[in-house]
Design a protein around this ligand. Structure first.
Ligand SMILES: *Cc1c(COP(=O)(O)O)cnc(C)c1O
Length: 410
């Protein structure tokens, strides 16, 4: 019988049993692993035999975390890295080349946008932005130098939702891999493979870490893209077939950039993983209930959450993520001053960045995450002066509602 997600979360066995039969994975804080013979070393380094030799390349504790995620997602391969940003940069560095372009959106997490716009441009990799909800526009941006289409499944903080099945059909037809950042709705609800996503990247700092215990990233390869169609990976494809991306990312990009997760973080994130579904359900259902109640407050001009029936994205969000599309919502107030006022009066909700901590968090994106962007750029990205982003935690919905209500009343 196939186990349920909840049961599987707790029961992915180690590949090697612990000497003391410890129930949780031991933390191997070791840098190097010894070999009995020179021949064995050669085999390990050349990849002919499996095993760990250096913790920048692989580590048993991190590998166990990766195996658990692999079992839960049904992916071909999972790699854990030090942050969501390192998962994104490793992914793009593996498939980009000078002269290539990446087709994406103006609706992107600030650092992801900066990576593509300010860093990749120095290596002659162009960021082409378009409206991802308009497939004709996406199609018109793609050419034979497009190395990837990249998007966030619910954009942070604009909360835009794209029809992934239709988008992936276009990508497939035009021979471009579809890469999706699914940080906002993790794999306990979101089935990336079924919707045609080829590579999934996640900031596991957010839900998975189990309450902001550590930064981390996950890079999930479903093995569904034909990499013979990728300029950067053609020779890797000749050798490794549909594992071309994963092999280059592990054997070249990741190890050269030194982004591999640390064993301490992997231990904390494995614990976080065990309670992921429970926390996600609680936080996202609270988020919907709160969003509905906030709509009754006259000081709030609009409440934005794709789980609300009057959201433009309600139907597609329901189809892709179910009733509760995550625990992030935004509210629009009268002005920037009103936002600062509201933030300053909050008593329970914390003034902090980050998403999906166990505590609820509030931030004014325009003056923080996007503070280094020009006004013109912020306008292009729809980062508005009158918007507050809320990340909903495990508190009761009554207390959260009351906190926001009191923060808005003079
Ligand atoms: C936070 C976040 C990231 C970056 O993750 P880090 O772990 O902070 O590096 C990337 N994408 C989205 C959507 C995020 O919310």
């Amino acid at each position: 019988m196939k186990q349920s997600f909840e049961t599987q979360l707790l029961n992915v066995p180690y590949d090697k049993q612990d000497a003391h039969l410890a129930l949780s994975m031991p933390v191997y804080n070791a840098v190097a692993f010894e070999c009995d013979t020179a021949e064995e070393m050669e085999q390990l380094f050349s990849g002919q035999a499996p095993g760990h030799y250096y913790s920048r390349v692989s580590n048993p504790t991190v590998a166990y975390y990766e195996e658990r995620v692999q079992a839960l997602t049904g992916a071909m391969s999972v790699t854990a890295s030090n942050s969501g940003m390192s998962a994104i940069s490793d992914t793009l560095m593996t498939i980009a080349y000078a002269g290539a372009n990446i087709v994406s959106s103006n609706h992107l997490f600030g650092n992801t946008y900066s990576l593509m716009k300010n860093i990749f441009s120095h290596f002659d990799v162009e960021l082409r932005t378009c409206d991802m909800t308009n497939l004709d526009e996406v199609r018109s941006q793609i050419d034979n130098r497009t190395c990837a289409v990249f998007l966030e499944i619910i954009s942070n903080p604009q909360l835009e939702v794209v029809d992934l099945k239709s988008l992936s059909a276009v990508c497939n037809e035009l021979n471009v891999p579809l890469i999706a950042d699914s940080t906002v709705v993790p794999f306990c609800v979101f089935d990336a493979k079924a919707l045609g996503v080829n590579i999934e990247v996640i900031s596991s700092t957010k839900y998975i870490s189990g309450g902001a215990t550590s930064t981390g990233g996950l890079l999930i390869d479903y093995g569904t893209f034909d990499w013979s169609r990728s300029k950067a990976l053609k020779t890797w494809h000749d050798k490794f077939g549909n594992k071309a991306f994963t092999m280059r990312m592990k054997k070249e990009t990741g190890r050269c950039l030194g982004s591999y997760m640390t064993p301490q973080a992997a231990y904390m994130q494995t614990l976080g993983l065990e309670t992921l579904k429970m926390r996600f359900e609680r936080q996202s259902s609270t988020c919907l209930a709160l969003a509905q109640r906030l709509q009754t407050l006259p000081a709030i001009a609009s409440v934005n959450y794709p789980g609300l029936k009057d959201s433009t994205f309600y139907q597609i969000s329901l189809a892709q993520f179910g009733q509760y599309p995550g625990a992030m919502l935004t509210i629009d107030l009268a002005s920037r001053a009103a936002c600062f006022d509201c933030l300053n009066r909050l008593k329970i909700i914390r003034r902090a960045t980050n998403l999906f901590d166990n505590r609820s968090l509030a931030i004014h994106p325009a003056s923080t995450i996007y503070v280094t962007f020009s006004l013109e750029q912020r306008e292009k990205m729809h980062i508005r002066e009158h918007t507050i982003r809320l990340s909903i935690g495990l508190e009761s919905v009554d207390d959260l509602f009351e906190d926001i209500r009191q923060s808005l009343s003079r």
